[in-house]
Write a protein that binds this ligand. Structure first.
Ligand SMILES: [Ca+2]
Ligand SMILES: [Ca+2]
Length: 302
């Protein structure tokens, strides 16, 4: 998983590098409520592979199947651990942050939407658990990977460049998954068919550090190549539940590694939510990436 994340970060870093400073803290952002009811399904997206680390609200209702140790198969969401009550019934209780594994590098630190740096996602979720039921706890989310730092405000001109890089990046991620696939089943057969067309298209812009003008021109000329990658990423993120909407939690696997490198990430996704209902629907998502209304197709999420 780490290898994949590293790969993606390298890719993202190369394609999406943005200037940053490190001498202050980011502003508190409006967070999106999360409603998650299903177990995480790890998708083929290398970014998605890290989803478990950010999963904030997996329910905790699996029945124990090993009578002698009821906690063995009792799943607790992040931030909670299983304990037995007087009647030997397993229950999930908040984890004591001091029991989280010791962290080694800066890379394990995470920044919360409260602008506080946590030693690891374990520490973060354990702390969030202690705030459960409070407004503060409800609004607290894992914002991004790495210690909190100053993230420059995203100005309008930069915001218009963001989807250009992001679309190109999505296309490149898909193509590299296709190229690496062999027997890994990183993509299903239907997805492979779609990516094959992109991969074989001679007009395809190869991955690289391209100027904005070239990316913009390519989007205009080879617009059709970008339609599927945008849909694919939506499908990768819309996993719990699969309901055609992305919650803050579902977006996390994409946002959290990206924010430290791309200072427009937060604003971009906030503005995607056109009706302001805290969820990003497929049509909002597609519009954000410049996909025309008539090309938004639920059936392309395969
Ligand atoms: Ca969803
Ligand atoms: Ca919305």
């Amino acid at each position: 998983m780490r290898v994949w994340l590293f790969f993606v970060l390298c890719l993202a870093g190369k394609a999406l590098a943005a200037p940053q400073q490190q001498d202050a803290l980011p502003e508190e952002e409006e967070v999106i409520e999360d409603v998650v009811t299903e177990e995480t399904v790890i998708g083929a997206n290398p970014v998605q592979v890290e989803v478990g680390e950010f999963d904030e609200a997996i329910d905790e209702e699996e029945e124990p199947t090993t009578p002698e140790n009821p906690c063995l198969n009792h799943h607790c969401k992040h931030g909670k651990v299983c304990e037995l009550d007087e009647t030997n019934t397993p229950m999930c209780v908040c984890q004591d942050p001091s029991t989280c594994p010791a962290t080694v590098g800066e890379f394990e630190k995470v920044c919360g939407t409260d602008n506080k740096t946590y030693s690891s996602s374990c520490h973060f979720f354990a702390t969030k658990c202690t705030l459960e039921g409070t407004k503060k706890g409800h609004k607290l989310h894992l914002d991004y990977i790495g210690p909190c730092k100053f993230i420059p405000p995203c100005v309008d001109s930069e915001l218009t460049e963001f989807p250009l890089r992001m679309r190109d990046w999505l296309k490149n991620v898909l193509v590299s998954l296709y190229e690496r696939d062999e027997d890994n089943n990183l993509l299903n057969e239907k997805q492979k068919m779609r990516v094959k067309k992109i991969h074989e298209n001679e007009k395809r812009l190869e991955a690289g550090d391209h100027p904005m003008e070239l990316l913009a021109r390519d989007f205009e000329k080879n617009y059709n190549m970008y339609i599927f990658p945008v849909h694919w990423q939506f499908g990768q993120l819309d996993q719990h539940p699969i309901d055609g909407y992305l919650s803050h939690t579902e977006l996390s696997p994409l946002r959290a590694p990206l924010i430290p490198m791309e200072h427009c990430t937060t604003r971009f996704f906030e503005e995607c939510d056109l009706d302001n209902d805290k969820y990003i629907a497929l049509d909002e998502w597609a519009k954000c990436f410049g996909i025309k209304d008539q090309d938004v197709d639920q059936n392309m999420i395969i």
